[in-house]
Design a protein around this ligand. Structure first.
Ligand code: 9MR
Length: 565
């Protein structure tokens, strides 16, 4: 065996001419990023093992020869996963190719690639997933392939529920379905739309025209912005004449696991509250600012008017917290602390209008950026505000950088303390989005400092999403070797196609087991393992707009910055 001299911190690059390895059925105990690694990214995997194993090899999938060998870490007790594990590191291998990890007593892992533009396909798929979620339209075969379907939910005559304060019917067509259900919720439409717009704001042109194969492709506007407009236009229909915004458009209870065309129960406009009003204010102002060159001045003025009217309503009605009326059983998006929503709306209105009153609001209401354990989407809107304010590079926004870094440093430190580089320690409903939201914070910490540790931490987080985790699944439908097949998703459940709609991240482990009355979790399941790829698992295996949006953001961001790793 001839060795070349390039020695990495924990392994050795080998020259060719080695013995051939047999590549067989992958071992479920070797957990890798099933998509792969960028040439310069840190490259780690985890082995689930009770006995201490010593060395590993990286074997070229095509030549079957070993190209790298290294030592595994000491055995570690990773309680949240209920496992003892060893970690392997082959960051020293940066030659493009397709490989497997090979360990004498276990055999090989799933195959993975090392290459540039690693996440490009998954990134685009995560956006295309939004197209598949369009309400009030059919999806034709040209754009939707095997997931083509008939139109559902025209929403041209929805009933005002008494909680809306109105009577009669109205039209509120379009927009994206929220999740596995067919509801349309303003809070969870506006917030992910804001996350998605952040990517375009930071990288204008990140997705061009003719790149997603959607009906608008070819109109000389970015397909990404066309897709986002589909949601924005629906959100605008949810604003009342007085500026206040209705909470949601849903049936009274959830429908069966059927295709949109068969889900025909009456739909209602329900509630009016401060959170959706502020979220609409924020995202309308942001859409006006970020897309003004694409959709023209009239659209921009409409958006700004909607945003200002919404803000004025919220100032007069600062604490109308939404609760489901007695006869309504669809989602509540519970959030009683509206500080972050006010901050986000004021920030976006200031950046879009430069009117002093919004700046004064921000200066008079500073906000804490401490990242608390168990933090979830409901407390995250102020991060979007900080990203945009810092981008504006005005002197008075500078202290926000230290605030942001406070969160980022907390996350890097938590990740370094455990074996999966896992940034969260509490696995609750939609935990994968909590994970992805931390990556979004780290991406922005990198953006505003240029410090590599933040960018490489974000890539380590993506390893978790794509397979280096306690369940050994890539959690994104259609992307990876072992992916969720039975998501809690009505269109995927109701069609005749084996593969679920691609590009969606599954909610992820949820230690609260809210669905254990219909899902058989193993006894005393570890928090990080509380996930099952079964259709009834609405608490662990659903998909949702605000879970996919940070997936899109982080994949898009890393694709743009990977050369700096
Ligand atoms: O993401 C929401 C999660 O934070 C809540 O704990 C959970 C229960 O209220 O609801 C989740 O949101 C669901 C929404 O209410 C309805 N559509 C599906 C969403 C994802 O499960």
């Amino acid at each position: 065996m001839i060795r070349v001299l390039l020695i990495a911190a924990v392994g050795t690059l080998l020259a060719c001419g080695n013995p051939k390895y047999e590549i067989g059925q992958p071992s479920e105990d070797i957990r890798i990023n099933q998509i792969g690694y960028y040439p310069n990214s840190p490259k780690q995997f985890v082995v689930n093992t009770k006995n201490s194993l010593e060395s590993f090899k990286i074997v070229d999938f095509n030549t079957k020869e070993s190209v790298y060998e290294g030592q595994l870490s000491a055995i570690k007790d990773w309680k949240l996963a209920g496992e003892t594990v060893q970690v392997g590191d082959f960051s020293g291998l940066n030659i493009n190719g397709e490989y497997v990890v090979f360990i004498e007593s276990l055999g090989n892992s799933y195959s993975f690639e090392i290459k540039e533009n690693l996440y490009q396909d998954a990134f685009k798929a995560s956006i295309k997933a939004l197209y598949y979620h369009r309400a009030s339209t059919s999806l034709d075969e040209t754009h939707a392939g095997q997931w083509n379907r008939a139109e559902g939910h025209p929403d041209d005559s929805v009933i005002f529920h008494p909680s809306s304060g109105k009577v009669g019917v109205t039209a509120s067509p379009g927009g994206w379905y929220d999740a596995g259900d067919y509801g349309k919720y303003v809070v969870n439409g506006a917030y992910p739309l804001g996350q998605l717009l952040s990517l375009y704001e930071q990288y204008p042109g990140v997705v061009g025209d003719n790149s997603l194969n959607i009906p608008e492709s070819g109109n000389e506007i970015s397909d990404y912005l066309d897709e986002l407009k589909y949601e924005m236009d629906w959100l605008l229909t949810m604003q009342d004449d007085d500026g206040g915004v209705f909470f949601k458009l849903t049936t009274k209870g959830f429908e069966g696991m059927i295709l949109p065309e068969f889900a025909v129960k009456p739909r209602y406009i329900i509630g009016k509250a401060t959170a959706p009003t502020l979220d609409l204010a924020a995202v309308s102002a942001k859409m006006a600012r970020v897309t003004s060159e694409s959709f023209g001045s009239e659209y921009k003025e409409n958006l700004l008017l909607a945003a200002k009217n919404a803000w004025n309503w919220a100032i007069k009605n600062p604490n109308v917290v939404y609760k489901n009326p007695e006869d309504i059983r669809t989602g509540e998006y519970g959030d009683a602390n509206l500080t972050q929503e006010f901050y986000w709306a004021a920030a976006e209105l200031y950046l879009a209008t430069e009117e002093e009153l919004y700046k004064e609001y921000l200066l008079e209401n500073p906000i804490s950026f401490e990242f608390k354990p168990g933090e979830s989407w409901a407390n995250h809107m102020h991060y979007l505000a900080a990203f945009s304010l810092l981008d504006s590079k005005q002197d008075w926004t500078a202290p926000l950088k230290n605030e942001l870094l406070k969160s980022a440093d907390q996350l890097v430190s938590v990740m370094g303390d455990n074996d999966y580089n896992q940034p969260i320690q509490d696995f609750q409903w939609g935990s994968n989005s909590d994970v992805l939201n931390t990556a979004m914070i780290l991406c922005n910490a990198y953006r505003f400092t240029g410090e590599k540790k933040y960018l490489s931490s974000a890539t380590l987080i993506m390893d978790y999403i794509f397979g280096k985790n306690a369940n050994g699944y890539s959690y994104v439908t259609g992307y990876g070797s072992k992916t969720p097949m039975f998501i809690h998703h009505r269109p995927s459940a109701g069609d005749e196609i084996d593969d679920p709609v691609p590009g969606f991240v599954s909610g992820g482990p949820n230690s609260r087991l809210h669905d254990s009355f219909q899902v058989n979790y193993p006894d005393s399941v570890a928090p990080m393992k509380a996930w099952m790829d079964v259709e009834p698992s609405f608490a662990s295996n659903e998909v949702c707009l605000n879970w996919n949006a940070p997936l899109t953001y982080v994949l898009g961001f890393i694709e743009k910055e990977a050369n700096n790793l």
